[in-house]
Design a protein around this ligand. Structure first.
Ligand SMILES: O=C[C@H](O)COP(=O)(O)O
Length: 255
């Protein structure tokens, strides 16, 4: 059984690498991203270690005022965010195995279970970066699967932390995330040495295709940054600058 999973993962990863070598082209997936598109893509984020309950209440208020897609908060703040956003359609996103991805899989699964119990609508988990680098494909696959199962149907995003990965590792991480049943791949935690780039966002979208989505996160500070990420394949934008980005968009488009 384990052998079958390993062979399936190796086969699919190799197939994706060959497809990349034969036909990859870097060009925008779309033009014409509107301010409304940007608002509805932003997951307004505060994952700082020193964030207080008052900071989370402010984050939620900004998300409501700016009609953003969601907020992304550390697990201890899920219930506060849920309370602040009740009777709105603003989603509560939280993180698992954050920011290193190096917890035991059962710890990640338990975190996901607790997050859902506390009211999280979506889970952003960090994959096991060291195990990916060691080409322990089935470990990485089972690690993601355990969180997908624990999330009980809630959206699961897999943070790849692309700044640490080479091209083949990025492709392998996308293929494994998709096969393990995750709904998104996400570029970065915002805590690594580098965040999202249009090149990485494009590569991720090109590999996962239409059945899966991409979240760009880390270092996205301006309206122009957000629009560019969306042109190159991002469906969601994780940023601690959501309020500023929308203000810039309103200035540009006249309110
Ligand atoms: O998941 C989102 C990131 O943590 C946000 O990163 P940022 O603070 O660089 O915007």
């Amino acid at each position: 059984m384990v052998c079958e999973v390993v062979s399936m993962l190796e086969y699919e990863i190799e197939k994706a690498i060959v497809r990349y070598r034969e036909s990859y082209e870097f060009r925008p997936f779309r033009e014409g991203v509107s301010l409304e598109d940007v608002r509805r893509a932003i997951e307004h984020t505060n994952l700082k270690p020193f964030a207080t309950p008052d900071d989370i209440i402010k984050l939620c208020q900004e998300a409501k005022d700016n009609r953003l897609y969601g907020v992304c908060v550390n697990p201890c703040y899920v219930s506060i965010a849920k309370r602040e956003l009740s009777e709105t359609d603003v989603r509560v996103v939280t993180v698992v195995g954050f920011p290193l991805g190096a917890n035991e899989s059962r710890t990640k699964a338990q975190e996901a279970t607790f997050a859902v119990e506390s009211g999280a609508d979506e889970i952003d988990m960090v994959l096991n970066i060291g195990m990916l680098k060691a080409r322990e494909w089935e470990f990485v696959y089972e690690d993601i699967r355990s969180v997908v199962e624990a999330a009980r149907g809630k959206t699961v995003k897999v943070i790849l932390e692309t700044c640490y990965l080479d091209l083949e590792e990025k492709i392998a991480a996308c293929v494994i995330s998709k096969l393990a049943g995750a709904h998104y791949v996400k570029t970065s935690t915002g805590f690594g040495p580098k965040g999202a780039t249009p090149e990485d966002v494009h590569l991720l979208k090109w590999i996962v295709g239409e059945e899966m989505k991409v979240k760009a996160a880390g270092g996205i500070r301006t309206y122009e940054d957000a629009v560019k990420m969306m042109m190159y394949g991002a469906d969601k934008i994780g940023t601690s600058s959501g309020h500023r980005i929308v203000m810039e968009g309103e200035e540009k488009h006249g309110g």
